[in-house]
Write a protein that binds this ligand. Structure first.
Ligand SMILES: Cc1ncc(COP(=O)(O)O)c(C=O)c1O
Length: 383
């Protein structure tokens, strides 16, 4: 199957059309070996030495993801955090990096604590404003610009092409956390990014039953080779069974993402202007900041993530979550089941999440059930 001429849906459904030539199996075996035989003349011609560095169990999932993103190489990691932190750890103490003020909370925490203590100069900026990027970037000193779009938990949208153009001029690499967009809705490498990151725990796997991360690079580069070393040395390597599960999950990525996008759009439109809802945050709503950029940058939908701000403040928001029956009260996103979360409770002090904000991950259930459940929960929270 030629990934350049094959539709992403076909790439995903057939996992690139791969079969095991030896057994004619249509799905791959699970390779569990932790080590590989050395040749009698002391060489490793197979290219494999030890499974902390590399593992044939990754090959298929990495190839599928690479094809979906239009990249040169991909790497699987033990978690989304392991993949994201590997990019920063491949830099050097003293390097300056730009990251968004609004981004996935645990990574922001790691950047402001561990990475800063380790010596990175981390500057958080308003990444959705290219002028702010231009003002903060230090040519020759800024080594990385980190983007998340749409970004947790306000679903703000960053213009990848505009930001990458500024970064390129300053000699900085660009990495994009594209977990929420998925490779089906946005292809950051085509827009000028160097590396795409996914919490594969979310949409790529899609079944809320594994933790995994992934990176894809536009080209083999010095930075990419340093990241490969970080994975091998620190050992943020995915397990073989998890890699197999991830590949299985990716086979239905297109169906799940399309369903989640359609539901999120319907839910956003339904609760937009609702008397018990102060605001709906979703890039698919024309009044939302970033809608125009999202309409240019995202194809086929605006993602399955949205937030609603409950009228009545924090107590009302927590009350809504308490009364949902179909929406599950849990953190995470991108699974088949819809999740609801009072985000400020998870993020704690310093969070940019307003106290009345509920983060919603639309699953693939019937959308009228999801809307009815939120309606009754809003009603009961305000009763
Ligand atoms: C946007 C985003 N990036 C990164 C991560 C981290 O992924 P993981 O939980 O697999 O480490 C998450 C997890 O929620 C996320 O939502």
């Amino acid at each position: 199957m030629d990934p350049k001429t094959t539709h992403p849906d076909t790439i995903a459904a057939q996992a690139l059309g791969w079969i095991d030539e030896r057994t004619r199996a249509v799905t791959p075996p699970i390779h569990l070996s932790s080590t590989y035989l050395r040749d009698p003349d002391n060489q490793y011609r197979s290219g494999r030495v030890y499974a902390r560095a590399d593992n044939p169990a990754f090959d298929q999932a990495e190839a599928v993801l690479c094809a979906l993103e239009g990249g040169a190489q991909a790497m699987l990691f033990a978690s989304g955090m392991a993949s994201a932190t590997a990019v920063f750890l491949a830099l050097s103490p003293g390097d300056h990096v730009l990251a968004p003020k609004v981004m996935y909370w645990s990574l922001r925490n790691w950047l402001m604590n561990f990475a800063t203590q380790w010596g990175l100069q981390v500057e958080l900026i308003d990444m959705i404003d290219p002028a702010a990027v231009q003002a903060a970037i230090q040519p020759g000193k800024t080594k990385l610009v980190w983007i998340e779009t749409p970004a947790n938990p306000l679903w703000t949208v960053t213009d990848i092409a505009a930001t990458a153009a500024i970064a390129r001029q300053a000699g900085a690499a660009v990495a994009v956390d594209s977990t929420v967009a998925t490779p089906l809705l946005t292809r950051p490498l085509e827009l000028g990014a160097d590396i795409v990151m996914h919490a594969a725990t979310k949409y790529l796997n899609g079944h809320t039953d594994l933790i995994a991360g992934a990176l894809v690079t536009r080209e083999d580069s010095e930075l990419w080779q340093r990241i490969r070393k970080v994975r091998a040395q620190i050992g943020g390597t995915l397990g073989s069974f998890e890699a197999w599960l991830l590949l299985r999950g990716m086979r239905t990525l297109h169906l799940r993402v399309r369903a989640a996008c359609a539901s999120a759009q319907r839910i956003a439109e339904h609760f937009n202007g609702h008397p018990l809802v102060a605001e709906v945050l979703y890039p698919g709503l024309t009044q939302c900041h970033g809608h125009a950029v999202a309409a240019r940058q995202m194809r086929g939908g605006f993602g399955g993530m949205l937030s609603i701000r409950a009228r009545g403040g924090e107590a009302a928001a927590i009350g809504v979550a308490a009364h949902t029956q179909i929406w599950k009260r849990a953190t995470s996103l991108g699974g088949t089941e819809s999740l609801i979360e009072h985000r400020a409770s998870v993020e704690g002090a310093g969070t940019p999440a307003p106290a009345d904000l509920l983060r919603l991950s639309a699953g693939i259930e019937d959308v009228s059930d999801l809307i009815a459940d939120l309606e009754q929960a809003l009603g009961r929270a305000h009763a």
